[in-house]
Design a protein around this ligand. Structure first.
Ligand code: NAD
Length: 425
């Protein structure tokens, strides 16, 4: 397996830095700054699971609930060997800013289990997920803390969580609690279009940004790190609008093709390989460390945090970076990119299509409605466009970069909530 860059900064340090930078710019009330610097709750659970061979393995799972000033905690569950309390803390904080910026009545949370799902069979993953849900107990709930998919989790994972949660509540309450998770399969109350919502939002952010420059996606070249849910759908919509997909990287390989990669052929290639792009014959293998330095117009990091750092940032030639992933650029990397005049559309806006669609799913379940995919994507585009305009206005009216402008809007809303409700007692 190829190695990607050495990661230097913790994700929590990255998000805290971003927060404190904006807090200073906006002269955030010091008491509110102190509250927002830490998580409300950090839950760690250890639980045993019987493996296929009869042995018992102990797993550790996390759920960090950063803040709920604006509404129930909301955020994904990640299954990856980089999951620990520091990562969950950082990702939960990003969720608080993201839901606030999106104008949703949610707070921020994140969690997961430190495993590589490729090491386990499907039935083991089901038992791990169900036992994790049981261990979390009342820490999650449809109007308290609502999980969703993230790296290496999907609609199936959400279905197991929903079913396990339902088994722990009175049967008369089950039908009203479908909104315990979002990102579910359609058959059990999932939302049409939720699968593509995050990638669609990444594409919309590219389109809206280029509109401000009088430019179009047609003919622009782009590369994507991560060929999972976000990476695939972002690339899909960009290609539909005429952009050329010339590079892709996942945990196993880095591929380049100047004439453009056939996305459907690549997706077919991945299916029998647990999602891996490795060995795709229609593109050239390149060194992982050179990936972000491919000559292109747009980069979409859509994998993990802290991927663009001081090591690779100086050699980036793209003029636009769309943060499909959460926290893909560390502080030093960001300083270099901004210095070099590269625009970064920040994660808390760029990948917010997922949580906005999750909000639609939550509403659909609460109100007993069924929305069509066309309605979902239309409503999503409208919401993303409104939110984009707010950030764009802030960028135009100040000297701020896009991330700081987005943070300013997000933090101001939470500040207002604290100012209006006061602090108990
Ligand atoms: P996924 O599990 O579907 O896909 C992850 C991809 O990243 C895979 O292709 C994997 O091989 C690749 N990857 C993993 N480690 C890598 C490495 N070291 N180098 C290069 N590639 C690597 O996950 P996803 O749901 O697409 O999430 C991707 C990112 O988007 C995460 O940061 C997640 O938090 C963020 N995000 C996801 C959603 C969503 O709705 N799924 C919403 C908002 C943000």
């Amino acid at each position: 397996m190829e190695k990607t860059q050495v990661k230097k900064q913790s994700m929590h340090a990255t998000v805290l830095n971003q927060f404190n930078k904006t807090a200073a710019i906006m002269h955030l009330n010091e008491n509110i700054r102190k509250i927002l610097c830490i998580s409300n709750n950090e839950i760690t659970v250890n639980f045993p699971v019987k493996m296929d061979d009869g042995n018992v393995e102990i797993f550790t799972g996390y759920r960090v609930q950063h803040n709920n000033a604006l509404g129930p905690y909301k955020g994904g569950l990640r299954y990856h060997n980089t999951v620990d309390v520091d990562a969950a803390r950082a990702l939960a904080m990003w969720m608080t800013w993201k839901t606030s910026l999106a104008g949703l009545p949610f707070g921020g949370a994140k969690g997961g289990i430190e495993i590589d799902p490729r090491d386990y069979s499907i039935s083991e993953l089901e038992r791990i997920t169900r036992r994790f849900t049981y261990a979390l107990g009342e820490n999650i709930g449809p109007d308290h803390d609502i999980p969703a998919p993230d790296v290496n989790t999907n609609a199936q994972t959400m279905a197991w969580i929903a079913d396990t949660y339902m088994s722990t509540i009175p049967s008369s309450e089950r039908s009203q609690n479908k909104h315990i998770v979002t990102g579910k399969p359609i058959g059990i109350g999932g939302l049409e279009g939720r699968d593509r919502a995050t990638g669609f939002g990444v594409y919309i952010s590219a389109k809206l940004f280029l509109d401000t420059k009088g430019e179009r996606l047609d003919g622009k070249t782009f590369i994507v790190q991560g060929f999972g849910n976000v990476g695939y759908w972002a690339a899909y919509f960009m290609i539909q609008d005429g952009a050329k997909f010339i590079g892709v990287q996942d945990a196993h390989a880095s591929l380049y093709k100047e004439e453009g990669i056939n996305i459907e052929a690549l997706a077919e290639h991945c299916k029998p390989r647990k999602g891996s792009i490795e060995g795709f014959p229609e593109a050239v293998n390149i060194d992982a460390t050179d990936f972000f330095n491919i000559n292109c117009d747009i980069i979409i990091p859509a994998a993990l945090g802290n991927q663009i750092t001081a090591e690779n940032a100086p050699r980036i030639t793209a003029s636009l970076i769309l943060e499909g992933a959460n926290g893909p650029i560390d502080q030093e990397g960001e300083e270099i990119l901004l210095e070099n005049g590269i625009t970064i559309i920040p994660d808390i806006y760029c990948n917010s299509g997922g949580v906005i669609a999750s909000y639609f799913e939550w509403l659909q379940n609460k109100n007993g409605e069924l929305w069509s995919r066309k309605t979902v994507l239309k409503k999503l585009e409208k919401k993303l466009t409104e939110n984009f305009k707010n950030i764009h206005n802030e960028v135009n009216n100040s000297d701020l970069d896009w991330r700081s402008a987005a943070y300013l809007i997000a933090i101001s809303r939470i500040e207002t909530a604290y100012e209006q409700r006061g602090i108990f007692p």
